[in-house]
Design a protein around this ligand. Structure first.
Ligand code: DX5
Ligand code: ZN
Length: 218
């Protein structure tokens, strides 16, 4: 399995102190920062967009922004997110009829490619061609739209199915992940771990980051 990567979801942070919050996570051992971009169309909520990401990349030198694009028209935002310093552009399979074209657009801007599936989308919806063209596959373990939801166990088998098909690919889980749910995710083969409330609401985020990492690596 590829190496463990912890990607705290800044949706659970204090947006008034966003760059300080990101720096705090990096100091605490996080490799990536998970940026939840919601457009009010693909999901009902609106969170942040390219202008805020640009501020974060300026205020947090060397940050790897793992951009989770919960947007209706994923191709539309590729240039803006690349200009803002996005390192990985993860779009939802449900949001496009032509994933390969979105992937080509992301590659053209030198970002890494992620492909996400929501709880009701089967792992088989990710074709070999799409998966092979991507760097990372994201299995949502809650319905996209907001933080702090309950982990959906029924999504876990999809992680195992994808790990069996793609032994070397990064596989991310997102939604309700924390110390209580990490073991099933890690056991199924996920190596990129998103956690929002479990990290930001903890008295010692660095301890949670370290323990999530240990669970993946053991
Ligand atoms: C949900 C987002 C998640 C979420 C994770 O739509 O994609 O990244 O913020 O937050 P927690 O870990 O609190 O479920
Ligand atoms: Zn997310």
């Amino acid at each position: 399995m590829p190496r463990a990567i912890i990607s705290p979801s800044v949706l659970a942070s204090d947006f008034g102190q966003l760059t300080a919050e990101c720096n705090r996570m990096i100091k605490g051992g996080a490799e990536w920062l998970h940026m939840d971009v919601m457009d009010g169309h693909f999901v009902p909520n609106i969170t942040m967009g390219a202008p805020i990401l640009a501020c974060v990349s300026k205020g947090v030198p060397g940050i790897f922004m793992d951009c989770h694009m919960m947007v209706a028209d994923p191709e539309k935002w590729v240039n803006d997110i690349a200009d803002a310093g996005g390192a990985l552009y993860c779009f939802h399979l449900e949001a496009t009829a032509d994933p390969l074209s979105v992937i080509r657009a992301i590659r053209a801007r030198n970002m890494k490619v992620g492909v996400a599936i929501s709880p009701d989308t089967p792992s088989t919806a990710i074709t070999d061609e799409v998966a092979n063209a991507a760097d990372m596959l994201l299995v949502m373990t809650v319905y996209p739209g907001r933080g702090g939801q309950k982990f959906l166990d029924r999504c876990v088998p999809k992680v195992a199915e994808l790990r069996a098909r793609f032994p070397d690919k990064d596989i991310e889980v997102d939604g309700g992940v924390g110390p209580k749910t990490i073991d099933v995710c890690a056991h199924a083969g996920s190596n990129v771990i998103v956690a929002g409330t479990a990290i930001f609401n903890a008295p010692n985020p660095e301890e949670v980051i370290a323990s999530l990492k240990t669970s993946v690596n053991t």
